[in-house]
Design a protein around this ligand. Structure first.
Ligand SMILES: Nc1ncnc2c1ncn2[C@@H]1O[C@H](COP(=O)(O)OP(=O)(O)OP(=O)(O)O)[C@@H](O)[C@H]1O
Ligand SMILES: [Mg+2]
Length: 1088
């Protein structure tokens, strides 16, 4: 490893606040944990690790570190390289899935408003961004991302704790094909809070969609659907809360409709959905009054709208809400009788219908999303669970026979048993189901029976107690009291058959489809209860999760005010306690950070040794040992269980000092793969892209055709792109985004306002142009050392033009708004052609190139003396002698003279250099840019044609107050897609580039006629002798004394190597640094 070469975790230099992995806390108690979280929170660091578990504290404000830059930074990076982040976790999840070929899940827990849903969204959007794919994949990605606003509109609501509280549980699986591109998905939803449809507590709202409709409905919809102010509707006006701070319901409505289109709902279905939402609202306005102990509809006027919108006759609706057909058995005969309801029962029936309609509508929407992204066979998936979580802690160590010190922690099983045990004693849910099974039509008294039975069965349980209205469960997080009234009725959760029949008779197929049950067949058997459904769903979920490698995010809510920087100590402490963070840390410390099945471990690190590659022959356990030994893993750092290897928690890990073997394993693996990937790429490019590459050279040449004279050597030169070899120079790469591709990199000369020349690294990426210089560090521990400094970073779109002379010189001026950069590079043609291309990709316009022998450039404000002010300078070019430009600065003018070059009409000769590439081992050619907007990346529009379907034209009912519905139009959201084929477009990079540059361009010839000193015995390397002393001025320069003989050992490894690219003062031109050429007199090449 060279001195400049570093593992990439060492390249970061990040401010430290508290500890970013709490495994490193010196004291492990709730105070220390809370304090550390607070410190970091106040410094705007919301993420902290406990080993692989991510703690996320809700900032209640948008923080700046969720941009594409961070996506770049965290992509492919190890956890210890960057500050804790949900992207790091997401990246780990994605990579583990790809490398280990295993399903992964993320379990996000935390109380309401702690940030679970936001975290889930960040994870999904990250995965979507870093996973590749074409059109189909983009379609799946769109649906996955757009399902969020859709399901939030229908499943989220403002509560007192959270303005956007999820009122349903969600497990979202993204499915991937073998190549790692998402090509499908599945949502499972749990436990929608149906009661919210009919009532809300003060300060809360119904589901967002209602308010969105009321704000966003068109004039026509208002009329057709009977849309008016929220206060008008019983289902909205109970809480007195209609708006949410910072939420624009009108805009959200259009987003919701847009999302419906993306997930593939037809315009007709969208109309039906909206109509049903309105129908439910109107249903709630049907009131009852008591007449002779029976309920009658208070005002028949209020029947009209719901029956119109639901497509059922008014009288049928009226009678089904106020009476019920019951089956009764008399001596073995069964008979149906109609029972009239009292007002309470009528209200209950109305609300039951409203809730059923809404929850079935919700399920319909989830189904739509699922249908749009389902795929026929499952490969790998990543699941994100946005619901209260759980965790398997210590059992694994016992199973695997691992020696360790068990940590005391609260085992929630005792509470789970209290709730859901089937027998001995039966848990709360079993008792509830039993009571419901024997319950009569009316729930009266059942709740009290429940309470009595509970006292009998679990009354003595240490986590149970009762009070006059119900019971209390002592959960781990705290005690919760439950009021039993309505418990049994809700648990029965049955919709009376005649209500189902009523809806099955709707004249709208959409509504009929929501009630698919076969009533005849369903009559037999005990009806399922809400409790048993929940249990079934939970069990299925657990089974799914058990098949995945789990990852955990624990969200913490720092306050109840929803304000940023507000820290309520006691609340956080409470959460730290019940989330079990202290136990997490202890287990992590005492235990093993890393565990993997032998086979998976072998597969993952097989590449590290030749014995394990491609497969280890022999006992898996021995194979694992072999790999661990190959990285000198200490004996006490790992244990082998029965089927798994356990590696210790890297306790002493601190950034900058991270050298634990575990990290080393990963890093080495990564390096090997990167190396191979590069090799494969190179070979492939060589094979496929030669012709395109030749074409690219021609195109580049065309830029200058008939405009500028050409240099002898430059015409048929192959393009290399990265002449610096930035791959092995993290100190340069650090300025460029992690995933930003470097199209061109070379050391160039920059002219300042006084025409003094300095060296810069010129870097071109698809987004920016960078100029990197070097400076001495003035303070701190590195004082005196020379460090890379970013001198200029220009967005390509901000480059206005480039100007050049018509002669063969290498000078060009990059013009920008504020000031210009005057540069000199022998690879100007290659650079310019790439710049023009990238600029076009960014701006869709052609970068103006100007050719003139009198050029002008703007200088920056600043400096001192006569040159201080901003203003302009001139460069005058004139024909002179020789192939080297002679520069004469004078005041604000630089005179450049140079001999004639090849005619302006010169073009490269077309020849396929394929053979010579192989023979000479030169840098590979690369393909032409295939992501050219003309070829690929053409946006395709999707979505239905403009809207023609109207609301419920099928309706047979005439409402005097409702005119027949007219056509209306909504704009469909088209979606542009861009296929990034950018990987095809860059010239090959790397150290090989320098080699070819050296051999073609800069190879000096020994000074003509100079006598050679007697050669040393068999000199292997070229040597040179200094003609006078020189003190190095920069990091890549060499100091020497007069007559020093310098052996050129590392020639060609990089531009920083000693030797042919040494910069020296030129005797003839004063203290002007120049690239060393054979004819320079500063050093003398004495052997070659
Ligand atoms: N990372 C974050 N950055 C900025 N704001 C956030 C972040 N996380 C959460 N918030 C804010 O907190 C609010 C509540 O977060 P979120 O809806 O994710 O909570 P939740 O845990 O899903 O709650 P619930 O259980 O009620 O659904 C968000 O609407 C947002 O305003
Ligand atoms: Mg939520």
């Amino acid at each position: 490893m060279g001195s400049k070469e570093r593992y990439h975790w060492l390249a970061q230099d990040v401010k430290v606040s508290g500890v970013d992995d709490m495994v490193l806390l010196s004291k492990i108690n709730e105070d220390a944990i809370t304090e550390n979280l607070k410190k970091r929170y106040m410094d705007d660091y919301i993420f902290t690790y406990i080993g692989p578990v991510l703690i996320s504290v809700n900032p209640f404000k948008q923080l700046p570190y969720f941009t594409d830059r961070e996506v770049d930074l965290y992509q492919g990076a190890a956890q210890y390289e960057n500050p804790p982040h949900v992207y790091a976790l997401a990246d780990d999840v994605y990579r583990n899935m790809m490398i280990d070929c295993e399903n992964q899940c993320v379990i996000i827990s935390g109380e309401s408003g702690a940030g679970k849903t936001v975290a889930a969204k960040y994870i999904m959007s990250y995965v979507s961004k870093v996973s590749g794919g074409g059109d189909k994949v983009q379609h799946v990605k769109d649906i996955i991302l757009q399902s969020n606003p859709l399901l939030e509109a229908f499943g989220n609501a403002k509560t007192v704790r959270n303005n956007n509280s999820s009122r349903f549980g969600k497990y979202f699986e993204i499915q991937f094909g073998r190549g790692g591109a998402p090509d499908g998905g599945k949502i499972s939803n749990f436990l929608l809070e149906k009661s919210r449809v009919v009532s809300q507590n003060p300060g809360e709202r119904n589901f967002h969609i209602y308010y969105q409709l009321l704000e966003g409905a068109s004039g026509e919809q208002r009329e057709n659907l009977g849309v008016t102010i929220p206060d008008y509707y019983n289902y909205l006006n109970q809480s007195g809360t209609f708006t949410v701070e910072d939420v624009n319901d009108k805009k959200e409505f259009s987003d919701t409709l847009g999302a419906m289109s993306v997930v593939g709902l037809s315009m007709e279905d969208q109309d039906s959905v909206v109509q049903l939402v309105a129908g439910i609202l109107h249903l709630g306005n049907i009131n009852f009054r008591e007449e002779n102990n029976f309920a009658v509809v208070e005002s028949a006027d209020f029947l009209a709208f719901p029956s119109f919108l639901l497509g059922i006759p008014q009288d049928a609706l009226c009678s089904k809400l106020t009476s019920r057909i019951m089956d009764s058995k008399w001596g073995g005969k069964s008979e149906s009788i109609s029972v009239t309801l009292n007002t309470e029962q009528a209200c209950f029936t109305r609300d039951a219908l409203a809730k059923a309609l809404y929850s079935r509508l919700f399920d319909f929407l989830v189904d739509c999303v699922n249908r749009a992204i389902q795929k026929d066979r499952e490969e790998f998936n990543i699941g994100v669970l946005d619901i209260y979580g759980f965790e398997i802690f210590q059992e694994e160590y016992v199973q695997e026979g691992i020696k360790w010190t068990p940590i005391e922690y609260f085992n929630n099983k005792v509470v789970c048993d209290l709730i859901e045990s089937k027998l001995n004693p039966p848990g709360i849910m079993s008792v509830l189901d039993d009571v419901c099974a024997t319950m009569h039509a009316k729930g009266d008294g059942a709740d009290q029976t429940l309470l009595q039975k509970l006292q009998g069965q679990v009354g003595s349980h240490q986590h149970f107690s009762s009070w006059n209205k119900g019971f209390v469960v002592h959960h781990y997080a705290g005690k919760v009291s439950y009021d039993v009234s309505g418990f049994c009725e809700r648990n029965r959760d049955v919709l009376f058959n005649d209500i189902i029949e009523l809806m099955q008779g709707s004249e709208f197929p959409f509504i009929r489809a929501l009630f698919p049950e076969n009533l005849e067949a369903d009559k037999r058997g005990r009806p399922t209860t809400a409790g048993s459904k929940i249990k079934k769903q939970a069990n299925t979920l657990v089974q799914t999760l058990m098949r995945c490698t789990p990852h955990y995010v624990r969200c913490i809510k720092p306050n109840e005010t929803k304000r940023p920087r507000d820290w309520e100590e006691s609340r956080v402490r409470h959460q730290v306690e019940y989330l079990g963070l202290r136990e997490n840390i202890r287990v992590r410390r005492a235990g093993y950070a890393y565990r993997r099945l032998f086979s998976k471990f072998l597969q993952r690190y097989a590449v590290l040794t030749k014995e394990t590659w491609p497969t280890w022959q022999g006992d898996e356990r021995q194979g694992v040992l072999h790999l661990l030994n190959s990285v000198n893993m200490d004996q006490d750092q790992f244990q082998l269980g029965k089927t798994k290897v356990f590696v210790k928690a890297p306790e002493s890990v601190r950034r900058h000092a991270a050298t634990t073997q575990l990290f080393l394993l990963e890093e080495m693996r990564e390096r090997k793969y990167n190396g191979y990937a590069r090799l494969i790429q190179k070979a492939w490019r060589k094979h496929v892209a030669v012709r395109k590459y030749v074409k690219m050279r021609e195109e580049a040449s065309d830029i200058l055709l008939n405009k500028k004279e050409r240099r002898q050597n430059s015409l048929n030169r192959n393009f290399v792109g990265d002449y610096i070899g930035t791959d092995v120079h993290p100190e340069i790469r650090q300025f460029v985004g992690r995933r930003e591709r470097i199209d061109f990199a070379d050391v160039v000369i920059k002219f300042d306002r006084r025409f003094r020349m300095v060296k810069r690294d010129l870097i071109l990426t698809p987004k920016f142009l960078y100029l990197i210089g070097r400076e001495k560090v003035k303070q701190g521990p590195d004082k005196g050392q020379i460090q890379e400094v970013l001198k200029r970073k220009v967005e390509l779109a901000n480059i206005q033009s480039v100007s050049l002379s018509a002669l063969q010189d290498d000078i060009f001026i990059v013009h920008q708004q504020d000031y210009d950069s005057v540069l000199q590079s022998v690879f100007k043609t290659e650079f310019l052609s790439l710049l023009v291309k990238r600029h076009h990709e960014k701006t869709q316009s052609n970068l103006p190139l100007k050719f003139n022998n009198l050029l002008e450039f703007k200088v920056k404000k600043g400096g001192w003396g006569p040159f201080s002010s901003s203003g302009s300078r001139q460069i005058q070019f004139q024909l002179g002698q020789g192939d080297e430009a002679v520069l004469k600065p004078s005041g604000k003018v630089l005179r450049v003279s140079i001999g004639p070059g090849l005619p302006k009409s010169s073009r490269p000769t077309r020849r396929d250099n394929r053979k010579s590439f192989y023979r000479e081992n030169r840098a590979a050619p690369t393909a032409q840019n295939d992501s050219d907007p003309h070829n690929g990346g053409v946006g395709t529009r999707r979505g239905s044609p403009s809207r023609g379907a109207s609301l419920r034209q099928q309706s047979s009912m005439e409402q005097p107050s409702l005119p027949r519905l007219q056509n209306r139009h909504r704009r469909d959201s088209g979606h542009a897609q861009h296929v990034d084929m950018g990987f095809m477009s860059v010239p090959d990079q790397g150290a090989a580039g320098l080699q070819r540059r050296r051999s073609k361009e800069l190879k000096p010839v020994p000074g003509a006629g100079r006598p050679k000193p007697a050669p040393k015995p068999k000199p292997r390397s070229p040597q040179c002798r200094a003609l006078y002393a020189y003190d190095a001025q920069d990091t890549d320069e060499l100091s020497f004394n007069m007559d020093d003989v310098i052996e050129i050992l590392t020639e060609g490894l990089s531009f920083r190597s000693v030797g042919l690219v040494v910069w020296t003062p030129s005797r003839t031109r004063g203290n002007v640094p120049r690239k060393l050429r054979g004819e320079d007199l500063d050093v003398e090449v004495i052997a070659n």
